[in-house]
Design a protein around this ligand. Structure first.
Ligand SMILES: [Zn+2]
Length: 269
């Protein structure tokens, strides 16, 4: 019988592959805008960054969300009130809590100058497409994952619900970065419930005021609740420029450049 670690690994990479390919097919059918460099180059270099971030995370954290959830179930630490709720409520709260943690961490990345140095790697993408979803500096991956692990350990989140939240977040990270737009009516229907590509693209606007809005990962509700929601860019009409000033060229796609960015770029918040 497969272990929890194997189940998590197969489910994660299966979801990763299906979501990535699904969004890339959608992008080829309904592209929102032209890319400034070939998609193949973007996929390869962002893939290399993903490998570096995954290896760094394995070395530093030595755990995964599901393995942490299993470990805490075997012990007696953490709050136990979640265990007294019906399973459906526990699952809903797990998904909401982990999404709230990601919103909070994302907000810190935009508020603390040292963290913004790291998060700049994600925003300095010269284009915005499905592969932007994996463009994160290894330090950002570790800090975000560590915050999720703390929440899992403190609230004793159940392993199956943690896995479900992890798979949803994986698919959502590709969907929200799609270089594609939903049909107008579907966009209007979905936007109150789910982070859509058009809504998240506002966060990637080159206009610095826009970058402080739309920080949600899966649900736009935290932005509504905490006053960071924006339904339109201040940069003007769509299409608007995305990325960061000074990064609009293919050299910012080089693996060495992405890894070095936090340590040498002038920070402006
Ligand atoms: Zn951001």
């Amino acid at each position: 019988m497969a272990s929890w670690g194997q189940i998590e690994s197969y489910a994660y990479w299966g979801t990763f592959t299906v979501a990535f390919l699904g969004v890339s097919v959608w992008e080829s059918v309904r592209p929102h805008g032209a890319l400034s460099v070939p998609a193949g180059l973007r996929w390869r270099n962002h893939g290399l960054l993903l490998v570096a971030a995954s290896l760094f995370s394995m070395v530093v954290l030595r755990s995964t969300p599901v393995l942490a959830a299993i470990a805490v179930q075997r012990g007696t630490h953490g709050f136990t009130w979640l265990e007294h709720l019906p399973p459906a409520a526990t699952w809903v709260l797990t998904v909401l809590l982990l999404d709230l943690v990601k919103y909070a961490v994302h907000r810190l990345f935009h508020s603390v100058p040292l963290l913004w140095r790291v998060h700049q790697v994600h925003h300095s993408d010269p284009d915005f497409d499905v592969s932007t979803g994996v463009r994160a500096h290894p330090i950002e991956t570790v800090l975000t994952q560590a915050a999720a692990l703390v929440a899992i350990l403190v609230f004793r989140l159940p392993p199956a619900a943690v896995l479900a939240a992890e798979l949803m977040a994986c698919a959502q990270s590709f969907f929200q970065h799609a270089n594609a737009s939903l049909p107008t009516r579907l966009e209007a229907a979905l936007r109150p419930w789910l982070v859509t590509p058009d809504w998240h693209r506002i966060h990637h606007s080159m206009d610095e005021a826009d970058q402080q809005h739309n920080l949600g990962e899966m649900f736009p509700w935290w932005d509504r609740l905490f006053g960071t929601y924006s339904s339109r860019t201040t940069a003007g009409e769509d299409p608007f420029p995305t990325g960061l000033q000074g990064f609009k060229n293919a050299s910012s796609l080089r693996l060495a450049a992405m890894l070095a960015t936090p340590f040498k770029t002038t920070v402006k918040l």
